[in-house]
Design a protein around this ligand. Structure first.
Ligand SMILES: Cc1ncc(COP(=O)(O)O)c(C=O)c1O
Length: 376
């Protein structure tokens, strides 16, 4: 076990299975074959799992490059001594050009205006990825902008084309695969236009998780999936079958205080809950500031001593109550499981997320960087 951020003083932690991440990258390699570049998408601090350790696992397992949504994650990756190419998705302005040069990052360029600004800010030639807007209307050059960008590129001496990439418009695990062929045509047109303009395209990629699994014909020369690396994708696509294991093995805390409460102990016009005679409650050192829902849904619980016990809402910023009446043997210091196994009992991530009214990817997006991560 290796500790991540936080050094473990706080009695709350995530357990991250880097073996699962390595397995998922190898499984991805098996599916796409040796000739397709894998850029591991590490957005949002590697979907909450820690950009530096996850990027190392990805590179060890054969990823060719890394892609981050935030320059802070690239800083953490380089600080860990990882030298793989890093694509910066469009999230920073050219005023960080000096750090981009020092850290050897590959920025994204979407417009002529942006390309000119990067060219002026850089002190020497640097590879950039041209991003193509295939219909998402986020970063990326539109169909009208892209030819202008190609025309301008040869006049910007500090910009060299590292490749082209785009991102399909699709939401959620099921996505909107019906739109993919139409968007793919736009991507293909951009690649052809670049080549016709004499711009080298060492890598062309548009496939993230849904497309990698459902549309092998859209691999082009690179893919940049995210969710799949963390086990957040269905494994039984009709087009490509793979088994992907969850990177998040557990979310745990420890029982802080145990106390008996009775009907007379509650105060205020609207006490948080009405204590019953003979009731025992437990206090957990974790709250909505640590990613829990503020109003914990009835029926959702946690594991203590291998048994599921209810949460007594509402959840506070850094504290949560649980009902220990039916778990009299619980003691301060006991491990409490929000996601994961305890003895023979288990709360899978999917069940926890469903109980909180979110999906598993949203759960990952809400994982907090101040909560320590333990790497298995
Ligand atoms: C440009 C880009 N590529 C790849 C991904 C990864 O997508 P997924 O997690 O669905 O694989 C994202 C996610 O937001 C993205 O914005």
């Amino acid at each position: 076990m290796q500790m991540g951020s936080g050094r473990g003083l706080r009695p709350t932690w995530y357990e991250i299975d880097l073996g699962a991440v390595r397995h998922n990258v190898r499984e991805l390699r098996r599916l796409v074959g040796p000739g397709v570049a894998i850029y591991a998408c590490l957005k949002r601090n590697a979907y909450g799992c820690g950009a530096a350790p996850v990027s190392r696992a990805c590179v060890e397992a054969g990823a060719d490059g890394l892609a981050v949504g935030n320059i802070d994650d690239a800083v953490a990756i380089r600080a860990a001594g990882i030298a793989a190419p890093i694509l910066l998705y469009p999230t920073c302005l050219p005023d960080v050009a000096r750090q981009v040069e020092l850290l050897d990052l590959i920025p994204s360029v979407s417009t002529v205006e942006e390309a000119a600004a990067w060219d002026a800010a850089l002190t020497r030639p640097r590879k950039v990825f041209l991003k193509v807007d295939v219909g998402l209307l986020r970063g990326g050059a539109t169909a009208a902008e892209f030819p202008l960008l190609l025309d301008r590129l040869p006049h910007l001496p500090n910009l060299e084309c590292a490749g082209l990439y785009g991102h399909f418009f699709s939401y959620g695990a099921s996505g909107a695969p019906g739109h993919y062929p139409r968007q793919f045509v736009r991507m293909q047109a951009a690649v052809e236009a670049a080549r016709a303009a004499g711009v080298a395209v060492p890598i062309a990629m548009v496939s993230s998780t849904n497309a990698v699994l459902d549309h092998p014909e859209m691999d082009l020369t690179g893919v940049d999936p995210g969710r799949l690396l963390y086990g957040l994708a269905g494994s039984d696509s009709p087009a490509r079958r793979g088994t992907f294991r969850p990177a998040l093995a557990a979310f745990k805390t420890r029982l802080l205080i145990r106390k008996a409460v009775g009907p007379d102990d509650a105060d205020g016009e609207a006490p948080p809950f009405l204590p019953r005679p003979g009731m025992t409650i437990g206090i957990l050192p974790i709250g909505w500031g640590d990613g829990l829902p503020r109003s914990f849904p009835a029926g959702a619980g946690v594991l203590v001593r291998g048994r599921k016990v209810p949460v007594l809402g509402p959840v506070h910023l850094e504290h949560t109550r649980i009902d220990l009446t039916d778990c009299p043997e619980a003691r301060p210091g006991d491990e409490v499981v929000l996601v994961g196994r305890q003895g023979t009992a288990e709360i899978p991530l999917a069940a926890c997320a469903a109980a909180w009214g979110i999906d598993e990817t949203t759960f990952h997006g809400q994982m907090r960087d101040h909560v320590p991560r333990v790497y298995l």
